[in-house]
Ligand binder design. Structure first.
Ligand code: C2O
Ligand code: CU
Length: 709
């Protein structure tokens, strides 16, 4: 498959090139009438004819590249081009080919008629001038350029506009109005030329002033438009996430295809507040942890001291371990993080009130305050925790840690030595750089041969991490805390771990050393296991094939698959565009053309089977993380998954990829569903999953203490 970023990037670039090309005949054709009607006009007409031919060829090229995108990635990837951008230049191109080209052709045929008296204008010449200034020849070429300009602007700035009917109406309105104005102007010019004697082009200064005026007008219009877009992007001072503007049924229909109509008068749903959806409020906890959010200075191996935000003064925060089925109580205290903090248990499907999202399930905990989380760990596996208040900033600064839940029934073979190591990959802000368990550089561990090793890889960073394990074959025993069924032994594969995702890797320690690095090229960071704790670090292989969870392990009966009738079916298309978010200009990662709070609200009823299709037409990875549920991956790029059931809570959707996932709505509440590139999330790449009847008393916005992203 060709690289999506390259192909789609070229396709997008062609819109700009095409527009620039159309300028040549559009500007050139106006000067025809000022050429002496003999040879000079003929040769200029030939030039313009050639340029027009070139433009029409480029239009074919545009269609070709759209076809290539379609051929490799399918209809959803070209839908907006076909319905939105291409017609804007296609229609004028057809008119230009049918109406302007024949006239240009006539003018480019040499005239043999004798020249009249110098200074006088013959009828022959008059006729040629009429033709050379005719709106039928000039306006189609100008309209083509205008259409190409509109298409390029839309495609480069708002690539998902067909989902925004208003924008398309404006574009077509501008094309029509612009062409009409040009027609009127050109008809008037034609009459003027017919009347006058010898023609002179307007003086340079006049033309300069005309150009400057047009530019000024355009600048003024764009400034007005930019300012209103900026204003419109300002987030409400306070709002409830449970009633985002996009919850009403009309926009729901727009975002859900084939969405079953469930709500009927017969099924009245009792309203419940998220604050009632707690874990057990009584009973002695089996584990009790206190996590104090506080500023701390951390000295990295390099000697550098970095100001971090920590839980308990540690970076990363303390590793929490518990057993499946245990009641866990965590007391969160905030010492001095002035914006407030929370703790979200990433991947653990806790009751909604314990989910730790500021503004959705609780208020951010301000300095001096406390919040208690109580839940039973129903799952086992590798998880992590992090603040979900201003998470882009707070996670970057260090408010995170790993959480391991051991299976209730440990199959203990005490004779076998074991090593169970959790490794948190993260890029620390404030100049800290990439760290593994808070370390820059090499970690060494002495492990005797024969030891059964489990490495729990946690990617707490915002970008996929390409882990490489050298010196042994291994198994990927668990993905996002879910055991893989019959994981086969593999070697020499890159483990591309999604941002927010986890892989448990197991192997038996060989006689020689084993090296794990979160990189494909840089072997200066990582973990070296060896029988004597020393040893050389091997060279990494930059081109190893990527481990593919879609076909790994052995299949098992599935609770649902692509053939299942789903109660809800949501289609979520990711694009990138320029725009304002809360008043700031940035690249926006849109879901169905929108950013929060205008992104679709995924409505469900308890017990629903829900399918989601992710389509990534943008140029970056989007690790989609659903709170409170695990998603089963049904297919990727139309191909059903084949290996062990692939359950995930954070699925990386790479550019050009389409995934179908499904889950059972079995954990009532208000849940976030967002991109775990936390920068994207903070720019509005978040949605919510809301169970019918669930309300939340918490609010987000500048006027509240809560800014979850
Ligand atoms: Cu790990 Cu909503 O996040
Ligand atoms: Cu993203």
């Amino acid at each position: 498959m060709p690289d999506f970023v390259v192909l789609a990037g070229v396709d997008q670039g062609l819109y700009l090139i095409f527009f620039l090309l159309t300028l040549l005949p559009a500007l050139g054709v106006k000067t025809l009438v000022h050429r002496p009607t003999g040879g000079p006009m003929t040769s200029r007409a030939r030039w313009i004819l050639c340029l027009t031919g070139l433009v029409l060829l480029a239009a074919l090229g545009q269609w070709g590249s759209t076809w290539l995108v379609y051929d490799s990635f399918g209809w959803p990837y070209i839908k907006d081009k076909m319905l939105g951008f291409l017609p804007l230049s296609l229609l004028p191109a057809i008119v230009a080919a049918l109406v302007a080209v024949p006239r240009l052709w006539r003018l480019s045929v040499p005239q043999l008629a004798a020249q009249g008296m110098p200074g006088a204008v013959t009828d022959e010449e008059k006729a040629r001038r009429q033709e050379a200034s005719s709106p039928e020849m000039i306006v189609p070429l100008q309209a083509l350029s205008l259409g190409a300009f509109l298409a390029a602007t839309l495609h480069l700035i708002l690539p998902s506009v067909t989902l925004q009917k208003e924008m398309l109406m404006i574009a077509w309105g501008l094309l029509l109005a612009g062409s009409s104005a040009l027609w009127i102007w050109q008809s008037w010019q034609q009459q003027r030329y017919a009347r006058s004697g010898p023609l002179h082009r307007p003086r340079l200064i006049i033309r300069f002033l005309q150009g400057a005026f047009v530019l000024l007008l355009l600048t003024a219009c764009s400034l007005v438009w930019l300012n209103s877009a900026r204003q419109a992007s300002l987030l409400p001072e306070r709002m409830s996430m449970a009633n985002h503007p996009a919850t009403d049924s009309r926009s729901m229909q727009a975002s859900a295809e084939g969405h079953a109509q469930h709500t009927s008068a017969a099924s009245v749903i009792k309203p419940v507040s998220v604050t009632e959806l707690t874990g057990p409020q009584t009973g002695a906890p089996a584990r009790r942890f206190t996590l104090t959010a506080q500023r701390a200075k951390v000295q990295l191996r390099s000697g550098k001291v970095v100001e971090t935000w920590t839980y308990n003064g540690q970076y990363p925060g303390p590793l929490l371990r518990a057993k499946q089925g245990e009641l866990i109580e965590v007391v969160l205290e905030n010492k001095d993080i002035s914006a407030g903090v929370t703790i979200h248990w990433h991947g653990l499907n806790v009751p909604n009130a314990e989910d730790g999202v500021a503004g959705a399930t609780q208020d951010a905990v301000l300095p001096g305050e406390q919040h208690v989380y109580r839940f039973v760990a129903e799952q086992s596996g590798t998880f992590w925790y992090h603040s979900h208040q201003q998470s882009a900033e707070q996670v970057k600064k260090g408010l995170l840690g790993a959480l391991v839940i051991e299976p209730a029934a440990q199959t203990n073979t005490p004779s076998l030595p074991t090593l169970d190591l959790t490794l948190v990959h993260h890029k620390l802000g404030g100049g800290g750089g990439l760290t593994l368990n808070g370390n820059i550089g090499l970690l060494r561990e002495k492990v005797s041969p024969g030891t059964s090793v489990r490495l729990r890889l946690v990617n707490a960073d915002s970008f996929p991490a390409p882990f490489q394990l050298q010196g042994t074959s291994f198994q990927v025993a668990a993905i996002d805390g879910n055991e893989v069924n019959e994981p086969n032994l593999i070697a020499n594969q890159t483990l591309l771990l999604a941002a927010g995702g986890r892989y448990d890797v197991t192997f038996t320690m060989p006689d020689a050393s084993v090296f794990l690095a979160p990189s494909q090229t840089d072997n200066s960071r990582g973990l070296l296991l060896s029988p004597d704790g020393t040893g050389e670090v091997p060279v990494l292989h930059p081109d190893l094939p990527a481990f593919d969870p879609a076909s790994y392990g052995s299949p098992q009966p599935l609770p649902f698959d692509s053939q299942t009738r789903f109660d809800r079916d949501y289609r979520l298309v990711f694009d990138v565009q320029f725009g304002f978010y809360d008043g700031k200009l940035d690249g926006l990662w849109t879901i169905n053309g929108k950013v929060f709070p205008h992104t679709p609200m995924l409505m469900v009823k308890e017990g629903d089977l829900v399918k989601m299709t992710f389509i990534n037409r943008s140029y970056m990875d989007h690790p989609m993380h659903l709170h409170g549920h695990h998603m089963l991956v049904l297919s990727r790029n139309g191909t059903p998954t084949t290996g062990s059931p692939w359950w995930t809570d954070t699925l990386n959707v790479a550019p050009g990829e389409t995934y179908e996932v499904a889950f059972r709505a079995d954990n009532p509440g208000l849940w976030m569903d967002h991109c775990h590139n936390l920068i994207h999330a903070s720019l509005g790449m978040t949605m919510h999953l809301l169970y019918e009847g669930v309300t939340s008393p918490f609010e987000v916005g500048h006027q509240t203490r809560n800014q979850p992203e």
